[in-house]
Design a protein around this ligand. Structure first.
Ligand code: S3P
Length: 173
């Protein structure tokens, strides 16, 4: 079994920050599909969207997800839209535990809105981001574990994930 822990959730839910802490804590490797895409393309996510558009980004994302999902005992942080693809969902679920980091509108905007490196948040009004969160929620709901992240620091969220997966972790062969 690949036995990875896969973090999914909206932009600003803390997948990368929490994932790094959790991986260090478990002594596992850490993979971030957005970082893999940037490395492969030699461009930032923002530049990929600007030059080639979202569809091309999603193709690169599918390849990065396939590669990440083929690893063993890694914590994998995915981009917020990776689960829009059924193929990605299938690959991410297979033999792994999927954790949904939940985040509310205000926290998402505080954490991700200000940095300017999320093309899908650029120039969007607050109501539009709220709509996007609502639209995305059903796509995250297949997760094995849900963790609310509002008002919590990343170490606390990592601790909750470890606790929720305690039995699974203890039984890994
Ligand atoms: C996206 C989320 C981003 C990144 C890209 C698209 C999305 O990742 O993959 O900007 O569709 O939600 P984060 O969730 O890590 O910000």
């Amino acid at each position: 079994m690949p036995d990875n822990i896969v973090l999914i959730g909206f932009m600003g839910s803390g997948k990368t920050t929490v994932g790094k802490i959790l991986a260090a804590n478990l002594g596992w490797s850490f993979l971030d599909t957005d970082a893999m895409i940037e490395e492969d393309a030699g461009l930032s996510i923002k530049e990929i969207f600007a030059r080639y558009g979202e569809q091309y980004f999603r193709e690169l994302e599918q390849a990065a997800v396939a590669r990440a999902a083929a690893s063993r005992r890694a914590v994998i942080a995915t981009g917020g839209g990776a689960v829009l693809s059924g193929v990605n969902v299938q690959r991410l679920r297979e033999g792994n535990k999927v954790v949904w980091l939940q985040v509310g509108l205000e926290t998402a905007l505080q954490r991700a809105g200000v940095t300017g490196d999320r093309p899908l948040l650029q120039g969007r009004r607050q109501e539009e981001v709220a709509e996007l969160i609502k639209h995305r929620e059903p796509y995250y709901a297949f997760a094995d574990v849900y963790v609310e992240t509002d008002g919590k620091n990343a170490a606390a969220v990592a601790g909750e994930i470890k606790e929720a997966l305690k039995l699974w972790l203890a039984n890994l062969k």
